[in-house]
Design a protein. Structure first.
Length: 289
């Protein structure tokens, strides 16, 4: 029987929860698992995990309890009858910052220390050294300090503050940026559809987006300083003028511009307000109250 620091219970054995439980098993942790559909535990039991009949039983088995379920409501339902007093509850279920803060208060009221997590990986990256996988964690600093080694087994662990909602906020902010990138990629492939091989175009797209991603540092510097004209090379006036070519090209190619026009409209608003010598940083201000 291992020490409590070498014991973990994982509730929720979907693709991500199963991968995380498997990583702890491979690292020699005494791992108890539970899933609403019990059959999902069988492959892990075959690898050495212990299956709990109920979520409450899984919670009782370990000091460190990791929850990876469908949504916040599922977390509340699964843990409704569990005794959380003295437990370290780590919730890596996808949710909003508000969900995380509410769940942290709920956990504290039941005697548990709480961390919320935002997973920046897909299941095949979990437990693979060098994959780049990591999880944002926020909430109890003492819990993170005490359990950092264990949390670092499935992936790297990055603590982003005592506000329990911070991990979810970081997670959603990065996913939102990714969504915008996917929108641009979709438009680019639509423009070149039938005119260039997608396989030949893709490396050009990756190369260009990788080069442009560094612009985030310039935006950060502008937001920190409050001077949105600092080091600008392509100013807003130039870019709004250039947008006309993008829109005319889409029209010529018979491609809808609906993925581009919302951002372009914000650029035009900022320009109309007299900020032509800035870059696009000022759009951030237009999105805030």
């Amino acid at each position: 029987m291992g020490h409590d620091t070498e014991r973990v219970s994982v509730l929720g054995l979907g693709a991500m929860g199963g991968a995380i439980a498997r990583a702890w098993l491979a690292a020699g942790y005494e791992t108890t698992v539970w899933n609403r559909t019990a059959g999902r535990a069988e492959p892990l039991v075959a690898e050495g995990a212990k299956a709990a009949a109920t979520a409450a039983e899984a919670v009782a088995a370990s000091g460190l309890v990791v929850v990876c379920l469908l949504d916040d409501a599922s977390v509340g339902e699964a843990l409704a009858d569990a005794d959380l007093a003295g437990k370290d509850l780590v919730n890596i279920t996808t949710g909003t910052p508000g969900d995380a803060r509410d769940r942290a208060r709920w956990a504290s009221g039941r005697g548990a220390r709480y961390l919320d997590g935002g997973i920046m990986a897909v299941p095949p990256m979990i437990g693979v050294p060098g994959s780049g996988a990591y999880v944002f964690y926020s909430g109890s600093p003492d819990l993170f300090a005490d359990r950092q080694d264990a949390l670092g087994v499935p992936s790297a662990a990055r603590y982003v503050g005592a506000d329990a909602g911070s991990a979810a906020l970081h997670d959603v902010a990065l996913l939102s940026a990714m969504t915008g990138m996917f929108a641009g990629m979709a438009h680019a492939f639509a423009l070149t559809r039938g005119a260039a091989s997608p396989k030949q175009f893709a490396p050009l797209l990756v190369e260009w987006l990788t080069a442009m991603a560094g612009a985030a540092h310039g935006t950060a510097a502008h937001l920190e300083s409050g001077d949105y004209t600092l080091g600008v090379t392509s100013n807003l006036a130039m870019m709004v003028q250039g947008n006309r070519t993008l829109l005319r090209t889409a029209e010529e190619q018979g491609v809808s511009s609906e993925l581009l026009t919302p951002f372009m409209a914000l650029m035009e608003r900022r320009l109309a307000d007299g900020h032509g010598d800035e870059d696009t940083t000022g759009v951030v201000d237009l999105l805030l109250p």
